[in-house]
Design a protein around this ligand. Structure first.
Ligand code: NAD
Length: 330
């Protein structure tokens, strides 16, 4: 069976080709995102493998179905970029990798928090220039700080455990509180209480129509002065312009984002020789208290191996047995 890959990077090829030694699928790699501009390039592929910024709207899915595509395999956890109702209507089965390594994302979240707080990125450059002064590097202890986690699924839960390990007080908001976390003394509170009492807020819920722009002027107004916000979930959870205004007013003290509203035009590409047209990200990156990473939280050896393993197994299961345990159902 032939599989078309979109948004492919050299490391995707490396991990998928290695895993394919077990299957012998025929791969067709495209570097570009999947979207209306490229969907006609599909020929006789029965499966399409996509990533976080590929666009699988109704129009794209209709063409895929006409071309005989039966399966969409998301090599990521989130599936907000797929019109599931249209996929169902066109008879296309969708699967994803719900849990390839929650620890990878949770550990990166803590890495962002520590970098922003203890300013190791600045210290690294400073000492290389033989500047050993500490001015401007003042941080704060995480010990006994209140960390508010929104979404305590696999990643939020892994991050909660890390935060508890630092001796922080962890409060959480989720539609479905986790009993195991409650046993570890994580306190579930309302969203408003989490906003108004947390020193640090970390987003780990999926992007849904209900929580689009969850972090906006109204919610930021409820937060503590100088709050730290970390988003390793999805860019559209934060209204970027409202966050910029709050950064200018010092309401947000530190902001770490691994995801960004307009990331599909930037992330996963080397744009070092181009003039970036996105003034918003340029402004954000000019702030000393903002850290941007380019959707790399998932990017560990273990996670990449698991993504390739789960994705190819799932396509094989769907093709041969008509069933997979990681299908995304409406
Ligand atoms: P999960 O499904 O295990 O957990 C999500 C949790 O969020 C669930 O407990 C759910 O009840 C809760 N939730 C849903 N809507 C909510 C809301 N409006 N408010 C509060 N809680 C809500 O998912 P996960 O594996 O923990 O992943 C979470 C998200 O992380 C993914 O949806 C994806 O967007 C993001 N992610 C990012 C990266 C990265 O590299 N940056 C990698 C993987 C996943």
């Amino acid at each position: 069976m032939k599989i078309a890959f979109f948004s492919t990077q050299p490391y995707d090829k490396e991990f998928f080709e290695k895993e394919n030694e077990k299957y012998s699928f025929d791969f067709n790699f495209f570097e570009t995102h999947l979207g209306p501009h490229i969907v006609n390039a599909i020929e006789d592929e029965k499966a399409v493998c996509v990533f976080v910024n590929d666009v699988l709207n109704r129009k794209v899915l209709e063409v895929l179905a006409q071309k005989g595509v039966k399966f969409i395999a998301l090599r990521c956890a989130g599936f907000n970029n797929v019109d599931l109702a249209a996929a169902k209507e066109f008879g296309i089965r969708v699967c994803r990798v719900p849990a390839y390594s929650p620890q990878a994302v949770a550990e990166h979240t803590m890495a962002m928090l520590l970098t922003l707080n203890r300013k190791t990125h600045k210290a690294y450059n400073r000492v290389r220039e033989q500047n050993f002064s500490l001015n401007g590097l003042l941080g704060f202890n995480l010990y006994q700080k209140k960390i508010g986690i929104i979404g305590t699924g696999k990643i939020g839960k892994a991050f909660a455990r890390i935060a508890l390990g630092f001796g922080a007080e962890v409060v959480a908001y989720d539609l479905y509180p986790d009993v195991e976390l409650m046993d570890l003394r994580v306190k579930y509170v309302t969203l408003n209480t989490l906003f108004s009492t947390s020193d640090i807020i970390s987003l780990h819920c999926p992007l849904t129509p209900e929580n689009h722009y969850l972090i906006n002027k109204e919610s930021i107004d409820k937060m503590k002065e100088g709050v730290t916000i970390i988003n390793t979930s999805r860019g559209n959870l934060i209204h970027t312009h409202d966050a910029i205004k709050a950064l200018k007013e010092r309401k947000i003290g530190l902001l770490g984002i691994d995801v960004y509203e307009q990331e599909e035009k930037l992330f996963f590409k080397d744009l070092s020789s181009t003039i970036i047209q996105d003034d918003t990200i340029q402004l954000l990156m000019s702030f000393p208290n903002v850290l941007v990473t380019a959707h790399q939280a998932f990017f560990t050896q273990e996670a990449m191996e698991e993504i390739a393993k789960r994705t190819l197994k799932s396509i094989s299961d769907l093709a041969h047995n008509g069933i997979t345990d990681i299908e995304v159902l409406l």
